[in-house]
Ligand binder design. Sequence first.
Ligand SMILES: [Zn+2]
Length: 444
Amino acid sequence: MPEGVRSKERTGELAYYQEKEELMSRDEMTALQSERLVKQVAHVYANVAPYRKKMQDAGLEPGDVKGIEDLHKLPFTTKDDLKEAYPYGYLALPLSQCVRIQSTSGTTGRRVVAFYTQHDIDLWDSCCARSIAAAGGTNEDVVHVSYGYGLFTGGPGLNGGSHLVGSLTLPMSSGNTERQLQFMTDLESTILCCTPSYAAFLGESAHDTGVIDKIKLKAGIFGAEAWSEEMRRDIEKSLGIKAYDIYGLTEISGPGVSFECSEQTGMHVCEDHFYPEIIDPATGAVLPEESKGELVFTCLTKQAFPLLRYRTRDITMLTRAQCSCGRTLVKMKRLMGRTDDMLIIRGVNVFPSQIETVLINSGYPANYQIILDRVNHTDTFEVQVEMTDEMFSDEVRVIEQKEKALLAALKSMLGISPKVKLAAPRSITRSEGKAVRVIDKRKI
Ligand SMILES: [Zn+2]
């Protein structure tokens, strides 16, 4: 029987696709990562001109990297580096050895194209297979892939993973909701893979068209966009499933760079292939575990497009706290924002998404405005929040109490105290239907 394929008898047990790597001891993992990094650095130094130059500029030779503890010596790679070198600058092997190209959506300027050898595709597929197995997938399942296929990595990644697990794979691609629901009911799909917003829409459509009772889904693997815990609960309720998060990016391979397990408290990083670091986005310094900062990845095993210390611009934190699923792979928390959105207020990094989380958890609508100014060389920080009709009160004392409670919750999340001002329902101005979140007068 091929690795990872589970017989019916095994269904219900905790299943791992690659038990050896997923349950590896810390010492073994570090040794494996070190060995792989040393080989990888030699490979890129020999074959990728921009890396050779960057290392030479930094006075580094491949021999200076003797293990994972030396990783911090290597220069970072940014999205701008890849755009400048488009399309072949970071290619590490002759095209004759590559079998696939995938690409980013390129919403801002030039796309990034990523190259894969068959080995690179296989390891990517295996990471997606880990994700499907962690969501309870076996060869008894029908995996319904509603991510887009084509240059986008979502469809091809989960498709490959599903094959490895031995599930029956439905390559639906995105769109045509009526057809999605028909296949889902006729062929009894059990695991849905798509973006969380499309999952929410499918759930809504299934209720509206009255087919919800015919749906046999048990799990969903949702990624490629940011989503909240609240959205997870809504999707789980609507479709009657357990919803798992998955993370990835084309520059590093695609979905499956990290994946969620039954504990649903963050995503295990496939760190035997993709080594994660958290850095201070302002200084580039590597931060200790459980610190919030920018996520950086180094490809330890990829051959054709092996990026070193790639800055994802995603904000999260890493934790090695023991997980109930038994996996020892380091976990990254749900994404907490993008470095592009980061505000520095009185020297503290603040993300609008953190404020949003506090508001949702405290029962407020996510309609708020952050107003920053500078008075006597000190930043002022005000958060205006809209109340719902039910919350609104004419009594000043009632409003003040609410403001106090919200201030305490915000202070605990952000580490600094804003001035909190509750506003009447629908009083925060919107432009083109969307609220302007941040008004930074400090720059004026
Ligand atoms: Zn786990």
